[in-house]
Ligand binder design. Structure first.
Ligand code: FES
Ligand SMILES: [Fe+2]
Length: 358
């Protein structure tokens, strides 16, 4: 399968349809992309107080990695492997409070920072405890109330997130509050990357989203690329709500309706004047995807659901993406080309996928 993507968008072809269809390629996506990328793992208040533990599975059905968030006695949050280093038992099953993590198989205990504390029956074992007897700890980062972790040290949080953080330094990120009633999961019968491809261009807005098309000034819609993320700047039409951007900030003077950031490979940060709609694109397998819409509101700002009908836009996107999922099964479609003015984001995404996989 030819996964190379030409750097010059005018010469480039898209990823082949076999990329989206193949189960074997999806296995590689897991091992070569998702094991190296930064994942949203939840809200910081999952472990608010010292002594709290919160077990979870990273990307259920796909990565299936059992992890546990802990807050140690010094108030430091850790993201640890939830697998006992003795013979591999899963340790914590329920969120709650604990003085330590203890394994119910043969009694091995760990401190909440992951260090081995005690192990019965191991008298006389040489070189024990070794480094590998402690629980593996994942790099963990916090932005506002959101926690992120990676299974690898290869790419730092800064490399991935700093462009977005610098651009939005003036937003009160620390006041964001998770709003469960505004949050929702969608199930899409399509490959996860098709869903991302669709998100990465505003080209389809005029055809697929009539209401959004009225709210945005599509003539001034722009695309910006960064190493591991990209930005679509949605400028507001006359009379639509927009950010109040302070003097000196990069976008001062523009009427921004929304910042649409895609963070490689599967996170979408949609900032609106009322807060953030964070979309986590979780593959369930190579042809089904769960899209989690997590709603975060800025403290004290009114949330106007009528202005941003996110649900309607999502339905319109889902319908077209599911249609494409059927379309790419065709024997007569192999791969496409890119619009140089409107599909830079899709091209960038395909380039990153091809780089990670080859
Ligand atoms: S597997 Fe945990 S103590 Fe044996
Ligand atoms: Fe869309």
């Amino acid at each position: 399968m030819k996964l190379h993507i030409e750097p010059d968008i005018k010469k480039a072809y898209t990823l082949p349809s076999t990329f989206y269809r193949s189960e074997a390629v999806f296995e590689q996506v897991k091992e070569k992309i998702f094991t190296k990328s930064w994942h949203y793992i939840g809200d910081a208040n999952l472990v608010e107080k010292a002594g709290q533990v919160h077990p979870f599975t990273l990307l259920e059905n796909v990565m299936d990695e059992p992890l546990v968030l802990t807050k140690d006695k010094d108030g430091t949050t850790h993201c640890l492997s939830n697998i006992c280093t003795h013979r591999g038992n899963i340790m914590v099953h329920e969120p709650g409070e604990a003085r330590m993590l203890s394994c119910n198989y043969h009694g091995r205990c760990f401190r909440l920072d992951g260090r081995l504390r005690a192990m019965p029956g191991f008298e006389g074992v040489e070189n024990f405890p070794a480094e590998s007897d402690h629980l593996p700890q994942l790099p963990l980062a916090r932005w506002g109330p959101m926690l992120f972790a990676s299974l690898s040290n290869e790419i730092t949080f800064e490399q991935v997130f700093s462009d977005m953080q610098k651009r939005l330094y003036w937003l009160p990120i620390d006041t964001l509050e998770y709003n469960p009633t505004g949050s929702k999961d969608y199930f899409v019968e399509a490959n996860w990357a098709l869903y991302c491809d669709n998100y990465l261009e505003g080209f389809h807005v005029a055809y697929v989203h009539p209401a959004l098309n009225n709210a945005l000034d599509m003539e001034n819609y722009t695309y910006e690329l960064f190493p591991y993320c990209n930005l679509q700047l949605g400028v507001a039409s006359e009379g639509e709500p927009c950010f109040d951007i302070p003097e000196g900030a990069h976008d001062y003077g523009k009427n921004i309706y929304a910042y649409y950031w895609h963070v490689f490979p599967n996170l979408m940060f949609n900032f609106y004047p009322w807060g953030l709609s964070l979309n986590v694109i979780e593959p369930l397998n190579h042809k089904q995807t769960r899209v989690r819409f997590l709603n975060y509101k800025f403290k004290g700002v009114e949330f106007d659901q009528t202005v941003h009908n996110l649900d309607q836009t999502e339905m319109e996107d889902e319908a077209v993406v599911q249609q494409v999922q059927k379309g790419i099964q065709s024997r007569l479609y192999k791969r496409g080309r890119f619009s140089p003015s409107m599909e830079q984001g899709v091209h960038h995404f395909h380039r990153l996928i091809s780089e990670f996989l080859t």
